[in-house]
Design a protein around this ligand. Sequence first.
Ligand code: LMR
Ligand code: MN
Length: 403
Amino acid sequence: FSNITNKDDYKIKSAVDEAQKSVEKNSAYAIKLFDKILQKHPSSPRSLYGKALSLDYLADQRRSNDILQQALTYYTQLLNVQDVPNALFEMAAERSINRMRFVGQYRNAINVHKVEEARSVLKQILVKWPNDGFALVHYGFILKTTDNKLEEAIEYLQKGLETRAEGVVDGRFYFHLGDALARLGRNDDAMKVYEDGVKDKVFLSRYQRSLYNVPRLTGKPWWNLSDLPYLDLFRLLKQNWEKIRDEGLAVLNERGYFQDESENLKDTGDWKQFELFARGQKNAKNCKACPFTCSIVERISEARNCKRGQTKFSVMHPGTHVWPHCGPTNCRLRVHLGLRVPSKTFIRVADETRSWKEGEMFVFDDSFEHEVWHNGTELRLVLIVDVWHPELTAAEKRGLSPI
Ligand code: LMR
Ligand code: MN
């Protein structure tokens, strides 16, 4: 342990070595011992590392994400104290970033704390190892998804992907690199990234860039209603579209139901959604406001039980542009029912652009790149009903994780 023990730790080396012995076999006990040392020596590098590693093992034993988060906190603390021996720093940095890969949830920007923790570890690593591919892509990912710093994100993501290091060839990094390029108008560069992603088998095709897929499913941007086994749903929607429209419009006038689109997909304008079903769950509160529309969806199990989709009203105001984007999964198809459709509103899916018509439906696969414009003068309202991809088996539909 000599090359991981600094001057101060040397003075308490026997206690630290003793605690270290229990890290793997009796992690909870090791934590107690390290806590005792840390009370007197709060910035002892080896104790912080020992505690982090014990929590890390304990998280595995108990399959606990919370404990893993605590472990990451201690790794970060360690990386931030003075005078950490190089070898210890390297061990802690590699271990923590490795564990972060499994946590993965720092990508969920809602959890500011976790993002900041990841950011700080990644920065430390990049100071010491500026070419570490794993740290580069993850740091680029945070720059893109949390900070919206597109140019910087591109640099990190590109540099990281070029290393082709372990953990780097991951669809999320290609996805966001391409997206950042596209948003800066560099469409040819974006397409190249997407084509690389196809070669590296992270995307189904350059236009179909969903990351949670059942690979064998037929993928095409637009579907004919008559090719789908959902005629009951289509009939119900068509017969009742005015009543559905009126329910949607009534809710539109009330506060607190329609929510801003939250995934940073919008370029300009105003686009809100009102969710009735999501991940196969009914939103009871919202369905109270739209009982008729919900009752229709409830009659059709392919929509009601579509765990990888939603049913929602979507309202878009004039002057809105939605960036080209792909949904997360190829397991659903997306039905749009036009409810109020002014002119000059368009949706492009892959290479084909269409418009809505009031009282009519179309079906597209939103795992394909799509882009929306509202250049008209009045609001556009549609009902979106996601249905399972028709080629999924009953067992698959039961077994797939919700999205
Ligand atoms: C989308 O699914 O991204 C859009 O089609 C939604 C909408 O309201 O048009
Ligand atoms: Mn979409």
